[in-house]
Design a protein around this ligand. Sequence first.
Ligand SMILES: *[C@@H]1O[C@H](CO)[C@@H](O)[C@H](O)[C@H]1NC(C)=O
Ligand SMILES: *[C@@H]1O[C@H](CO)[C@@H](O)[C@H](O)[C@H]1NC(C)=O
Ligand SMILES: *[C@@H]1O[C@H](CO)[C@@H](O)[C@H](O)[C@H]1NC(C)=O
Ligand SMILES: *[C@@H]1O[C@H](CO)[C@@H](O)[C@H](O)[C@H]1NC(C)=O
Ligand SMILES: *[C@@H]1O[C@H](CO)[C@@H](O)[C@H](O)[C@H]1NC(C)=O
Ligand SMILES: *[C@@H]1O[C@H](CO)[C@@H](O)[C@H](O)[C@H]1NC(C)=O
Ligand SMILES: *[C@@H]1O[C@H](CO)[C@@H](O)[C@H](O)[C@H]1NC(C)=O
Ligand SMILES: *[C@@H]1O[C@H](CO)[C@@H](O)[C@H](O)[C@H]1NC(C)=O
Ligand SMILES: *[C@@H]1O[C@H](CO)[C@@H](O)[C@H](O)[C@H]1NC(C)=O
Length: 410
Amino acid sequence: MEKLQRLIDGYHSCVGFMVIMGVIMGVVYFCGDGNYSGMLLRFDEIGGEGEKMAEEFSFEGCDLFNGSWVYDNKSRPLYKEKECSFMADDYSCHKFGRKDFNYQFWRWQPHACDLPRFNGTALLEKLRNKRMVFVGDSLGKNHWVSLLCLIDSWIAEPSHKVAEWHGSLITFRASEYNASIDFYWEPLLVESNCDDPVKHRVHDRIMKIESIEKHAKNWIDADILVFDSYTWWLEPNMTLLWGSFENPNRTIIESGRVRRYEMALKTWSNWLDLHLNRSKTRIFFISLSPDHKEGGDWGKAMGENCYNETEPIMEQGYWAKGTDTDLMRTAQSVVQDLEKKGLNIQLLNITQLAQYRKDAHPTIYKRHWVPPTEQELAHPIWFADCIHWCLPGVPDVWNEILYSYIRYKI
Ligand SMILES: *[C@@H]1O[C@H](CO)[C@@H](O)[C@H](O)[C@H]1NC(C)=O
Ligand SMILES: *[C@@H]1O[C@H](CO)[C@@H](O)[C@H](O)[C@H]1NC(C)=O
Ligand SMILES: *[C@@H]1O[C@H](CO)[C@@H](O)[C@H](O)[C@H]1NC(C)=O
Ligand SMILES: *[C@@H]1O[C@H](CO)[C@@H](O)[C@H](O)[C@H]1NC(C)=O
Ligand SMILES: *[C@@H]1O[C@H](CO)[C@@H](O)[C@H](O)[C@H]1NC(C)=O
Ligand SMILES: *[C@@H]1O[C@H](CO)[C@@H](O)[C@H](O)[C@H]1NC(C)=O
Ligand SMILES: *[C@@H]1O[C@H](CO)[C@@H](O)[C@H](O)[C@H]1NC(C)=O
Ligand SMILES: *[C@@H]1O[C@H](CO)[C@@H](O)[C@H](O)[C@H]1NC(C)=O
Ligand SMILES: *[C@@H]1O[C@H](CO)[C@@H](O)[C@H](O)[C@H]1NC(C)=O
């Protein structure tokens, strides 16, 4: 079954790209009107005033990553699924049949401060004459699509916001601002046999553990870089290769997750250290996006998953057993080393806040390029996507946090 799940996961990420292409080709859809039946979990937080959001903001004494989810159907969601011009079918949970709506109504509330209110105009002003690139896997794409949806309504004229697909790169341009916000497909950061943005459903992952230039030359000139790479590393065995794919001079099968992750991040960080313009480029590294594939983690029966979940985990400090903290620590230490070397890099520690959200995955309510099959719909235990996130949803909060940094720290 694990193999099956892996195949599906690979398929999902592959399909996302084709869906993006669909969007670019102008696919338009309409959803039925939702029945927003509210569910009140934290009455005290709703009150008459609605959301607590800062207009001015300071990072002082404020850990944006330590907080709780607050039910708030007044200020959330920040956009509507069917109104976002850049929505991808992978995250369109309503369109593909999800009937409960509450997952859209949760706001992230840090304990010690309030997040600043998202203002697309202010963000685009910051990005004027700049290039921002999200580099990574399908979760990075999830994050990027969320940002485009957040910005969408702040640019009225459709011809002033255009996304185009060029191989591994999808470029979004806000022409009035001469700003681009791109996504670059590079799931393992180093070069690999999974680099084709469409055909990366491979059984054996092979990577050129010391090679990154082929990709990096496409984003090294950016002003803001947002990296993520985690899910693809959970594969039990991967082949590491030196030399070229056609002409390898050494290959090993490496099953130590931490070791191979460390090696790849070393290649990545060495490249940044050597080639990045430190006074120009600001880097963000997104900590791992947790999945909810194992219901046993939060007290469901073993073997069940996030399917049918409609509420977040409310236990403060919840941490799933399955979350690979070793990989997380590895990334943290690589980021710290880069910081010591004078690079302007910030880890966005979103793992725990996302971990609470077992209710926020697409499960079977998404489109895998082709609509879900009868078999998939009938067997959510095998086929549910408990990795990516419905939009509007959790990645919007990652972007609210990213926005805080870009607006108030750059
Ligand atoms: C928000 O949720 C409350 C509590 O469930 C409900 O009474 C109210 O009608 C909801 N408001 C909207 C706009 O859906
Ligand atoms: C998060 O905030 C709470 C309340 O302010 C505090 O007790 C806790 O130690 C903090 N956790 C972390 C990991 O900083
Ligand atoms: C958003 O930011 C812009 C530019 O800083 C400002 O002019 C505008 O008033 C803000 N809009 C809202 C609704 O806060
Ligand atoms: C437009 O933005 C790019 C960076 O994306 C920059 O290199 C270029 O100079 C900008 N053009 C103008 C006219 O400022
Ligand atoms: C991983 O590789 C080891 C040998 O290096 C092998 O014993 C094991 O069966 C492999 N696991 C999988 C899932 O392929
Ligand atoms: C393999 O080839 C690469 C590139 O040609 C070279 O840098 C490396 O030293 C070689 N490694 C071995 C073990 O021969
Ligand atoms: C680095 O970026 C700064 C600010 O954009 C620019 O002034 C400088 O020329 C760049 N340096 C190099 C070596 O490209
Ligand atoms: C999901 O919930 C429905 C309705 O409550 C129930 O009939 C079904 O058995 C549940 N499915 C799973 C896989 O938990
Ligand atoms: C990230 O957050 C987790 C829990 O929220 C905490 O255990 C960890 O130390 C944090 N890491 C960093 C680098 O702040």
